[in-house]
Write a protein that binds this ligand. Structure first.
Ligand SMILES: NC(=O)C1=CN([C@@H]2O[C@H](COP(=O)(O)OP(=O)(O)OC[C@H]3O[C@@H](n4cnc5c(N)ncnc54)[C@H](O)[C@@H]3O)[C@@H](O)[C@H]2O)C=CC1
Length: 389
């Protein structure tokens, strides 16, 4: 809980700190990587450092956390913390790293706010930082303890590499050693760590796309991002028989409970809903499921065969498709919920490009689905949660 002493100081300085975060976060990362260059090898994304997205996400989450604390000093923003904790654990973040981040972040704040900062203001912001850090440390300990092993990275052997639609590939992997495997939940992701051509280790999170309950294989599907660093290596360089490092499964946007479900997905964002559909089929669970999917054209849909077969075998499952390229029998253009018969008691899962998710969430709320029942998965730095709109 934020102390009564700190609260007015945070309220008074939040606009100023918020307006200077654009300078504070790059200053922080400069300091952090100067002192710990090893963090760039296998932890932080080089691409998101150079395009500035990591800085924006950090700035947004500090501001978002402080804003939430000021509004409700007795509550911690659980959903926000849970999302960050799942991402952190998939990268192997440890408790001691919070102290390292604290030192460099507060040195950066002291430098960038030198004209206004006082010892009292610094102390109030320290309190905010440690409220957030300690809450994350606690959640992350619980997530690590839940795993079947205490490893961060495990070697898995690629046993199949299958083209999936025009731009994606489905990788099927088997354990390369005898580390105990955690059973995943539908909707979860793993971090995948590969060496780039220049030797730097880099990780990305990919949703499991099928058979999440298996302990003998992992399946994920990834779209090639030509401007990216990791998916081109996976698509071009990783061959059947190669070992790839995977984390344990994480992610809190999972298909739980019973009742009607709406999946609204676009592009490669279909992967978590594909694993959820497969889980329903495996469990022999029939329930009302509305699958809404959007693509450029039919050929681009990475998991078309798997998802259409699974939808057909679930009693109560229906599919509606939007294609940007006009195609007979399907909606044309971007997805729209207008005029659809949405079950208003449904849980809704949204995944795809950020503008798509924002549009779907707004439209679903208009259509009467409560915001608490709308779940979304963001890949990459969490710019939406960060409140940058
Ligand atoms: N790599 C992965 O395994 C996963 C990636 N993602 C995320 O999905 C996103 C990219 O997916 P892509 O397949 O490349 O998407 P894309 O750019 O090919 O777009 C897919 C579809 O999204 C819809 N769309 C695009 N912009 C829209 C807008 N402004 N409003 C409404 N609808 C819009 C369109 O129907 C489009 O055909 C990335 O942000 C990625 O982070 C999500 C899940 C898994």
């Amino acid at each position: 809980m934020l102390s009564e002493k700190s609260r007015p100081l945070i309220v008074a300085t939040l606009p100023l700190v918020g307006s200077r975060l654009g300078a504070i976060t790059p200053n922080f990362y400069r300091r952090l990587f100067a002192a710990h260059p090893e963090l760039l090898n296998g932890l932080f994304s080089r691409a998101n450092q150079s395009n500035g997205e990591q800085q924006k996400a950090l700035a947004g989450s500090i501001a978002g956390f402080a804003t939430a604390l000021v509004a409700h000093p007795e509550l911690l923003p659980e959903q926000m913390l849970s999302r960050i904790a799942h991402k952190h654990t998939s990268l192997g973040i440890t408790e001691d790293q919070y102290q390292v981040v604290y030192r460099h972040l507060f040195d950066a704040i002291a430098e960038e706010l030198a004209d206004v900062i006082t010892a009292e203001i610094a102390e109030a912001w320290s309190e905010v930082y440690w409220l957030m850090a300690n809450a994350l440390i606690k959640i992350e300990k619980g997530l690590y303890a839940f795993q079947a092993n205490d490893k961060i990275w495990m070697p898995w052997t690629v046993v199949e590499k299958n083209q999936a639609g025009t731009d994606s590939i489905t990788f099927v992997l088997e354990p390369a050693d005898d580390t105990a495997v955690t059973i995943a939940r539908p909707g979860q992701f793993v971090s995948v760590r590969v060496a780039l051509p220049d030797g730097l280790l880099q990780c990305r999170q990919y949703s499991l796309s099928a058979d999440v309950e298996s302990i003998s294989r992992r399946i994920f599907t990834t779209k090639r991002d030509d401007g990216g660093e990791v998916s081109p290596v996976l698509h071009r360089d990783v061959k059947v028989g190669d070992a790839v490092e995977l984390s344990n499964p994480y992610g809190d946007v999972t298909l739980d409970g019973a009742g009607p479900v709406v999946f609204a997905t676009a592009g490669i964002g279909c992967t978590p809903s594909a694993s959820a559909l497969r889980a329903l089929v495996t469990a022999g669970e029939d329930r009302e499921v509305l699958v809404l999917h959007a693509e450029k054209n039919l050929e681009a849909w990475a998991l078309r065969d798997q998802m259409t077969a699974d939808i057909e075998s679930i009693d109560g499952a229906r599919l509606q498709l939007w294609l940007e390229e006009p195609t007979a029998g399907f909606h044309t253009g971007f997805m729209s919920l207008e005029g659809l018969d949405l079950p208003t008691d449904a849980s809704m899962y949204v995944c795809g490009p950020l503008p798509f998710m924002k549009a779907m969430r707004n439209q679903a709320i208009e259509a009467g689905i409560p915001s608490t029942k709308i779940h979304y998965e963001v890949f990459g730095p969490d710019l939406w949660l960060a409140g940058t709109n």
